[in-house]
Design a protein around this ligand. Structure first.
Ligand code: SDX
Length: 395
C-alpha cells in the first residue's frame, strides 16, 4: 500500500527507484496501473481517464474528468510558429526523428512560464504534453505525405480528434468507425505505462537534473525509438512482410533463425525483460486485433494468419518454452494500426503518444518528491593507473 512506500531520495539516486504508479509481476503476468488491472481498464476506461489516473493516482470524478478533458481539448492547438519547425525536415524524415525535435522544441514555448516546483504547473505541463502530442504526431504524418495540416476540432473526443487530424483533409472529413476509435483508444491505454522501462527511466533520469519535462519527454522518445523497445511494433510488421507467403516452410525458417545464435535476428514481438509469462497486454491486444480486423472485413488478412501461425509454432518450440518467451504488447498492435490505416513508420509514434501519459506521470512523481540527481554507478573494468612514457610516443 502507499504507506509501505517511502521515497528515499538516496535510493532514487541509484539505477532503480521507488514508484507508486505501475506494478508488474513478470512471473504471474500481472500489470496494475495504480492498483487497477490493465485488462479491466482496457475494457472499461478511456485513454484520457487512464492518463488522469496515472498522473493523479485516483480515477477522476465525473466533474474532474469533464474539467480535465476540456483542458486537454482546449490545448490541442499548437502555436502556429511550430508549423515552420517541420519545414526544416525532409519529407521522408522518419517521424520519430521529427518528434524528438519538435517535442523538445516545446520547451522553448513553456520553459520560462512554468515553475515545476508547483504541482499546479506540473499538471499544466502534463496537460500541454497530452494535448499536443496527438496534434504534432498527426502533423508528422501529414508533412510526410504532403497534405495540409488539419487542426483539432473541439467537439471531438481525444482519440477521434487524432484520427481526424491524421486522415481528414480540407476536401473531405474523416468518418470514424466506432470500432476503430475504440480499438485505437485501447492501444493507447495498453501502451500508457510500464514502470521502469528504458524510455521511462530515461525520462526520470533526465528529469532528476531539473530539466524541462518537454525536453525529458523528447529524451524518452529517443530511447523508445529503438527496435528492442518501442520500435518493435514496426519491426513486427516488417518481419511479417519479410516472411512473405504463409507457408510452414517460411514460418519454420524464421523460427530457426530466431534460435540461431549466429543470426542476429530475433522474433520481433516476442520476449520481454520482465515478463516470464504472457504479457497481459498482449492478450487484450490479440482480442482487439480479431475484433477490429473482423469489423473491417480483414479477418482473413494474410499477415494476421502468419502472425497466428508464428505464435502457435513458437509457443510449442522448446527454445521459446525453456526461455519463457511469449508474445509481448507489440506482437499484435502493429496489425491493428495497419488495419486502421496508420503507416508502419508511424507505429512507434503511436507508442510515444500513449507512453506520454506514463512518462509525464513518472516525471511528476519524481519532481513532486524530494529527490537527488540520478547517478547510475558503474563497474570499472579498464586499465589500472599507469603513467605517460618519458618520451612522447609520437615525438
Ligand atoms: C517493449 O521494458 C519494458 O517494459 C518494455 C515494454 C514497455 O512497455 O515499455 O514492455 C515495451 O519494449 C516490449 C519488447 C519489444 N521488443 C521486442 O519485441 C524485440 C524482440 N524481443 C527481444 O529483443 C527481447 O526479448 C527483449 C529485448 C524484449 C528482451 O531482451 P532481453 O531481456 O535481453 O532478453 P533475455 O536476455 O532475457 O533473453 C533470454 C534468452 C536469450 O537467449 P540465451 O542467451 O539464453 O540463449 O532469450 C533469447 C535471448 O537470445 N531471446 C530471444 C528473443 N528474446 C529473447 N530469442 C529469439 N527471439 C526473441 N525475441
Amino acid at each position: 500500500t502507499q504507506g509501505l512506500l517511502t521515497y528515499d531520495p538516496g535510493f532514487m539516486s541509484t539505477a532503480s527507484c521507488a514508484s507508486a504508479i505501475t506494478y508488474i509481476d513478470g512471473t504471474q503476468g500481472i500489470l496494475l496501473y495504480r492498483g487497477y488491472p490493465i485488462d479491466e481498464l482496457a475494457q472499461r476506461s478511456s485513454f484520457l481517464e487512464l492518463s488522469y489516473l496515472l498522473f493523479h493516482g485516483e480515477l477522476p470524478t465525473p466533474s474532474q474528468y469533464a474539467e480535465f478533458m476540456s483542458k486537454v481539448q482546449a490545448e490541442m492547438l499548437v502555436h502556429e510558429q511550430l508549423v515552420r519547425f517541420f519545414t526544416g525536415f525532409r519529407r521522408d524524415a522518419h517521424p520519430m526523428a521529427v518528434m524528438c525535435g519538435v517535442i523538445g522544441g516545446l520547451s522553448a514555448f513553456y520553459h520560462d512560464m512554468l515553475d515545476f516546483a508547483e504541482s499546479r504547473d506540473r499538471e499544466e505541463a502534463a496537460v500541454q504534453l497530452l494535448a499536443k502530442m496527438p496534434t504534432l504526431a498527426a502533423m508528422c504524418y501529414k508533412y510526410s505525405i504532403g497534405q495540409p495540416f488539419m487542426y483539432p476540432r473541439y467537439e471531438l473526443g481525444y482519440t477521434e480528434n487524432f484520427l481526424h487530424m491524421m486522415f481528414a483533409t480540407p476536401c473531405a472529413p474523416y468518418v470514424p468507425n466506432p470500432v476503430v476509435v475504440r480499438a485505437l483508444d485501447r492501444i493507447l491505454m495498453l501502451h500508457a505505462d510500464h514502470e521502469q522501462n528504458a524510455s521511462t527511466s530515461t525520462v526520470r533520469l533526465a528529469g532528476s537534473t531539473g530539466a524541462s519535462p518537454f525536453a525529458c519527454v523528447s529524451a524518452g522518445i529517443a530511447a523508445l525509438w529503438g527496435s528492442a523497445h518501442g520500435g518493435a511494433n514496426e519491426a513486427v510488421l516488417n518481419m511479417l512482410d519479410d516472411i512473405g507467403e504463409n507457408s510452414e516452410e517460411n514460418i519454420q525458417r524464421y523460427i530457426e533463425r530466431a534460435k540461431d545464435k549466429n543470426d542476429p535476428f530475433r522474433l520481433m514481438g516476442f520476449g520481454h525483460r520482465v515478463y516470464r509469462n504472457f504479457d497481459p497486454r498482449a492478450k487484450v491486444m490479440k482480442e482487439s486485433c480479431d475484433e477490429v480486423l473482423d469489423a473491417l472485413g480483414m479477418a482473413n488478412d494474410p499477415k494476421l494468419q502468419i502472425a497466428r501461425r508464428l505464435e502457435e509454432v513458437a509457443l510449442q518450440d522448446p527454445y521459446f518454452i525453456e526461455r519463457k518467451l511469449y508474445p509481448n504488447v507489440d506482437f499484435y498492435s502493429g496489425l491493428i494500426l495497419r488495419a486502421i490505416g496508420i503507416p508502419t513508420n508511424m507505429f512507434t509514434v503511436m507508442f510515444a503518444l500513449a507512453r506520454t501519459a506514463g512518462w509525464i506521470s513518472h516525471w511528476n512523481e519524481m519532481a513532486g518528491h524530494p529527490h537527488r540527481i540520478g547517478r547510475p554507478r558503474q563497474l570499472y573494468v579498464g586499465p589500472t593507473e599507469r603513467h605517460y612514457p618519458a618520451h612522447a610516443p609520437n615525438d
